[in-house]
Structures are given as structure tokens and as C-alpha cells.
Write a protein that binds this ligand. Sequence first.
Ligand SMILES: [Ca+2]
Length: 302
Amino acid sequence: MKKFEIIFAACLAIALIAPSGCSENVQAKTTAKPAAKDKVKTPPKTLTLDLPKGVKMKLVLIPAGEFMMGGKFSPAESAKKFGGKDIHYASEHPRHKVTISKPFYIGVFELTQAQWETVMDSKPYDGKMVTKIGPDLPASWMQWREAIEYCDKLSKKIERKVALPTEAQWEYACRAGSETAFCYGDDPKKIGEYGWLGSNMIDNQKNKTYARKGGLRKPNAWGLYDMHGNVWEWCRDWYSKDFYASGKKVDPVCDKEAKTVVARGGSWYNDPIHLRSAARNSWTGPKYRHYNYGFRVIVEVE
Ligand SMILES: [Ca+2]
């Protein structure tokens, strides 16, 4: 028997005995229904992981949904607005609708050195050029495969599935509902408010440029910091320039081995062109390591 039939039958039965009591009883029934709904588990909006040695990691819930992946402007328009040549933007097309079918947690900040060391017991950035050392500074200088190894090790330690974001998850999280070149709009002159890039290093001296602590610039609408700039962020996908045309459109990930892998978001060394939400780093191989490459993790919702 459907809900309204139950309610109707109850009203009818009560009306026969005490007509004035009907609405009150219906009210009692309808207010009882949400209690059953409450039993459906809603994931918390934030997640704090307890890593070994008292180190924490803050993540935020990204809802499932659809978004337009890729560049909003044609390659020719992008070249006019942001510089470079048309060919630099070709892999951001065709722009296409992508479905992210499941919610997931993603790091609020790029992975820090403390978070790296407590899992990997190593310091790949130690003693390296233009790299500042400190527990809250981004971990860098790891290869793509080592970033995956980090995720696998952390998964075992915390008994939850930890991974690099797919390229689609990364862009979805970076856009946070926006369809513009950057999470706030299209104006490259404002990018310094949201990210560290070549033109806004505070000291602007060769020996004082380095990746900065997370959270010093504005977050995007979903509360994520440094999606634009600071360090490039490794994604799970192998790079394919044709993937937007040929790949699947629900939870896409390019797992076909290629010469290079995907990194996103640009870095403190780069110009605004590379910090755009749609920009794809196509030139780094899986064994590459450098001062401006790091990552952030995602954690599956249980
Ligand atoms: Ca970044």
C-alpha cells in the first residue's frame, strides 16, 4: 500500500470516530517519516585523517555531479586571451559533459612534507634547489609513481581507499561549479589572488622563490586552496591528447600507458596560461621529478 493510501485510510478510520482529530494524526504520521530518512547515511562534509605520528590531513567532500570539461574558448580565442599558440590549447577540446557519479573527498591543500614523511619515511625534496623545507610546505620532487605509492601505503595504514584524483575529478574540483578559465572568472590579471605563480612570488628573487605553505591565497568555491598554481598536481591518468574525443564520459580515466602522465593546475614557476582550470600538462613522464611538482589525494566515500 502506498504512503498516501495509508494516510488516507488512517484519516478515514479516525474521521469515523473523531473527525476533529484527523489532521493531527496525519501530522503525526508525516512527521514520523523523516525519521526513516535520517537512517540514510549522509557523508560528513569534511574529513580529517589521522596519519602516523600525530600528523593530520584535512579533506572536503566533493558532491557527485556533471560539469563541462575542457576549454570554454576556442584555441584561437585562448591564444589571444592567454598567450601562446593555438596548438597549445588543442588538447582541451572538444569541451564535453562529464559525469562524476560518486562523491569523494579531496585534500583541502596540496600534500605537505609532514604528510609525506610520516607515510614514506623519506624526504625527496631535502637539499634540493629552490625548495623550502618545513612540515607545512608542499611535498615535491617525487615521481608520479611515487605519488601513487604514497596513496597505496596510506590506504593500507588508514584502511580506506586513497588515490590520486583522476584528471576529470581534479578539473571538476578545481572548477567548483565555474565554467570560466579560472575558478573565479576569466581575467588572468586576478590569478595572483588565488594562486602562486611566476609573477607573484613575494620576494621575486631567484634565490627566494619556492612553493608556499597552503592556504595563503583565496580558496575556490568548494574550499580548496592552490588548485591554481604553487605546485603542479599529479593526476591518476596517463596523458592522451585525444582522450576528450574518444574516452568515456562517466568517471573517465585514461589508464592506457603512454609516454607522459597528467599533471594539473600549474605552479609557482608558471604563467597564467598553465594555471587555467582546463590546462593539461602533457610533457612530463612518469619518472620526472622537479621542485614544482606535488599532488593532493582523494579518499573514497565509505
Ligand atoms: Ca597546485
